[in-house]
Design a protein around this ligand. Structure first.
Ligand code: C2O
Ligand code: CU
Ligand code: CU
Length: 575
C-alpha cells in the first residue's frame, strides 16, 4: 500500500499541471471583400490532449473564419456543403431579404453550393453565422459550425475605438460543449467543456491600453454572466445590432444564447498583471440555464445537478497584460452612437406570443418541448403575416419554468420593458435576442422595413438550440400590399367570387391546385384576421368570412404539397 503513494502523488502532480496548462487563444482568420467562400466540412479536434473528437467547421475543423463587412458594400457568399447531411447557413442579425437569410427553407444539399448575394445594410456591430436546418441546428452548431461577422460603418469608424483585429479587437466565441465518450453528444445536459474560440483553458496576452472584446454566446443552452476575476469595471459599448448611445460601466454582463456584446477594458498601467474573464454562474438567478437550479416547479432533471458548471463560476479566458502597442487607444469615448429607438406611439400592431410546455407537467415545464401560442413549428405553416413598413410591438409571455433567449430574424428591435419595468441601460440598444425569464412578460418594438416576399418567411425562435429544434419556432411573412396586388402570374391562379361580397360567404378557386391548403385572411393592418384549412376542388370551395368586419382583405393560400406554394388575392367585404 505504501508504495502506491508516490505514484499517486506523481499522478496528481501531472493532473494539476495539465489542468493548469493554458492554450493560446486561436484568432479565427478574417475574410473580407465582395466574394466570401465558405465550405462546411467535417473535421476532428482535440479538446483534451489525446482525445480526438469528430467536429464540423467552416473552412477548417472547427468554427469558421471571421467575416468582415462594410456597411453599403455588396457581398456574395458561396457556401459549399461537404457534410454528409443537408444544412443551411444563416447570417444571424443581418437585415437581408428572406431568400438570403439562410433559414430552414434555404437548404443546401450535400455537395452543393448556395450563393446569396446582397447589400450590407447593417450598422457596425458583431453578428454571427451558423447552420439553421430544421431539427439539425443543435447538432451542427454544437459539432462546431459557427463563425463571427464584424460589420463596420462610418459612424463607428469615426470613433477612436480599438479595431486592430486580434491585437486590441478580440473575437471571443464563448461556448460550453457536451462531450461524452470522446464525441459530441446532444441532449445530455452535460455541457461541461468550456471553450473559447474552440479551445479549453484559453489564454491571451493583451496590450496595456484600451482593448475591445467582442463576446458571442455560441453555446447550445448555457447563459453566461461575464465579469473579471480582479473585479475590474468594464464598459459595454455595443449590443447585438449596434453601438449603444454611450459606454455603460459594469462589473457584470449577462450574455444569453445568440447574444453579442462588445466591451472595452482599460488595461493601461497594468503591464505584468494576470487575471481572468469569468462566467459568474453562481450569481445567475434560478430558472436561467447555467444557474444552480432550474427547479422553479420543484423538479429539476438529474443531469442538471451532475453538471458541475451549473451554478459555478468558471474561467473563459486568462488574460496577461503585455506592453502597449505603438499606437494605443488610451481613452474610452464618452458618447458612441445616435440611437433612435422606435416609438411606442408609432406601433399599429401588437402581437402576443405565449410560451408554454407542450405537456403541462413539472418536467415539461423545464424540459419541453416548448410551444409558442400552443403550436410547434411546422415548415408549411405561416404563423404571422406582417405588412411591410409596419411598426409592431411583440409581447413574449413565458409560462414555463426556464428562461428563453428569444430571437427574431430580419430586424433589430428595442426592448420596451420586462414585466412592465424598463430594462437596464446595457439592454437599451439594438437587439435581436432578448431573454425572457420564467413567468415573465417582455415587450419589444421594431419595424419591418425593406424586404417583402409573398412566399419566403423569416423565423422567430428560442435560441436554446434544443428548444428550437424541438419546435419552439415560428415563421412570418413580410408582405407588401402594393406588390401583392399584381404578383407575376399568381393572381390568376386564385380567384375569389363574389367580389365584393355582401354576405361574407366566398367561393375560392385555385387553378392547378387541389387538396389541402391553408387560407390566411389578412386585414388592412397586416394582422391575420382568419385562417382555415380547406380542401380545394376545381369546382371551388366556400369559406365563411361573415364574422369579419367590412373592409379590404388580402388572401393568401398555402398549399401542402411538400413545398409551400403561395397564392394571393384580395377580397372586399361589404356587409
Ligand atoms: Cu442564430 Cu434563427 O438564429
Ligand atoms: Cu437569426
Ligand atoms: Cu427555450
Amino acid at each position: 500500500m505504501r508504495s502506491a503513494l508516490p505514484f499517486l502523488v506523481i499522478l496528481l502532480f501531472v493532473r494539476s499541471l495539465h489542468s493548469g496548462a493554458q492554450t493560446m487563444l486561436p484568432i479565427p482568420p478574417m475574410l473580407l471583400g465582395s466574394t466570401i467562400d465558405l465550405q462546411l466540412q467535417e473535421g476532428t479536434w482535440e479538446f483534451h490532449p489525446g482525445e480526438i473528437v469528430d467536429t464540423y467547421g467552416y473552412n477548417g475543423d472547427l468554427l469558421g473564419p471571421t467575416i468582415l463587412l462594410e456597411q453599403g458594400q455588396q457581398v456574395t457568399l458561396n457556401v459549399t456543403n461537404t457534410l454528409p447531411d443537408l444544412t443551411t447557413t444563416h447570417w444571424h442579425g443581418l437585415h437581408v431579404a428572406p431568400e438570403h437569410d439562410g433559414g430552414p427553407h434555404s437548404m443546401i444539399m450535400p455537395g452543393t453550393t448556395w450563393s446569396p448575394s446582397f447589400t450590407v445594410l447593417d450598422k457596425a456591430a458583431t453578428y454571427w453565422y451558423h447552420p439553421h436546418a430544421h431539427g439539425l441546428t443543435d447538432y451542427q452548431v454544437t459539432k462546431g459550425a459557427a463563425g463571427m461577422i464584424i460589420v463596420r460603418d462610418a459612424e463607428e469608424g469615426a470613433l477612436d475605438l480599438p479595431r486592430t483585429y486580434g491585437v486590441d479587437d478580440i473575437p471571443l466565441i464563448l461556448q460550453t460543449k457536451p462531450i461524452m465518450d470522446g464525441q459530441i453528444m446532444l441532449h445530455t445536459g452535460l455541457d461541461t467543456v468550456v471553450v473559447t474560440n474552440g479551445v479549453r483553458q484559453a489564454e491571451i496576452t493583451l496590450p496595456a491600453q484600451v482593448v475591445r472584446l467582442r463576446c458571442l454566446n455560441g453555446s447550445n443552452e448555457r447563459t453566461f454572466l461575464l465579469g473579471f476575476s480582479n473585479g475590474m469595471t468594464f464598459n459595454t459599448i455595443a449590443t447585438d445590432g449596434g453601438l449603444l448611445a454611450a459606454p455603460i460601466p459594469l462589473t457584470r454582463q449577462f450574455l444569453t444564447n445568440g447574444e453579442r456584446v462588445e466591451v472595452l477594458i482599460d488595461l493601461s498601467g497594468m503591464e505584468g498583471q494576470v487575471f481572468d474573464l469569468i462566467s459568474f454562474g453562481s450569481e445567475l438567478p434560478n430558472g436561467v440555464m447555467g444557474s444552480a437550479d432550474v427547479s422553479l416547479m420543484g423538479v429539476t432533471p438529474d443531469a442538471y445537478y451532475e453538471n458541475d458548471l451549473n451554478g459555478a463560476d468558471f474561467r473563459l479566458l486568462r488574460i496577461t497584460v503585455g506592453s502597449p502597442t505603438t499606437d494605443p487607444v488610451i481613452d474610452i469615448p464618452s458618447t458612441l452612437a445616435n440611437l433612435v429607438p422606435y416609438q411606442e406611439v408609432d406601433a399599429t400592431v401588437t402581437r402576443d406570443f405565449v410560451f408554454a410546455p407542450e405537456v403541462m407537467s413539472p418536467v415539461g415545464m423545464v424540459e419541453g418541448p416548448m410551444t409558442i401560442n400552443d403550436a410547434l413549428f411546422d415548415m408549411d405553416v405561416i404563423n404571422e403575416t406582417i405588412t411591410l413598413g409596419t411598426t409592431e410591438i411583440w409581447t413574449f409571455t413565458n409560462n414555463t419554468a426556464v428562461g428563453h433567449p428569444f430571437h427574431i430574424h430580419d430586424i433589430q428591435f428595442h426592448v420596451l420593458d420586462r414585466d412592465g419595468l424598463p430594462v437596464p441601460s446595457q439592454e437599451q440598444g439594438r437587439k435581436d435576442v432578448v431573454f425572457v425569464p420564467p413567468n415573465s412578460t417582455v415587450r419589444v418594438i421594431t419595424r419591418f422595413d425593406d424586404f417583402a416576399d409573398p412566399e419566403m418567411p423569416y423565423m422567430y425562435h428560442c435560441h436554446i438550440l434544443m428548444h428550437e429544434d424541438e419546435g419552439m419556432m415560428g415563421q412570418f411573412l413580410v408582405v407588401d400590399p402594393n406588390a401583392v396586388a399584381e404578383p407575376a402570374g399568381l393572381n390568376n391562379a386564385l380567384t375569389v367570387w363574389p367580389n365584393p361580397s355582401t354576405a361574407g360567404i366566398i367561393l375560392l378557386r385555385a387553378t392547378e391546385t387541389e387538396g389541402l391548403a391553408e387560407v390566411i385572411v389578412i386585414d388592412a393592418t397586416g394582422r391575420t384576421a382568419a385562417r382555415s384549412l380547406l380542401n380545394l376542388t376545381q369546382e371551388g370551395t366556400s369559406m365563411d368570412l361573415s364574422a369579419l368586419e367590412s373592409g379590404l382583405y388580402a388572401l393568401q393560400l398555402h398549399t401542402r404539397h411538400g413545398q409551400t406554394r403561395s397564392y394571393h388575392a384580395r377580397i372586399n367585404l361589404q356587409h
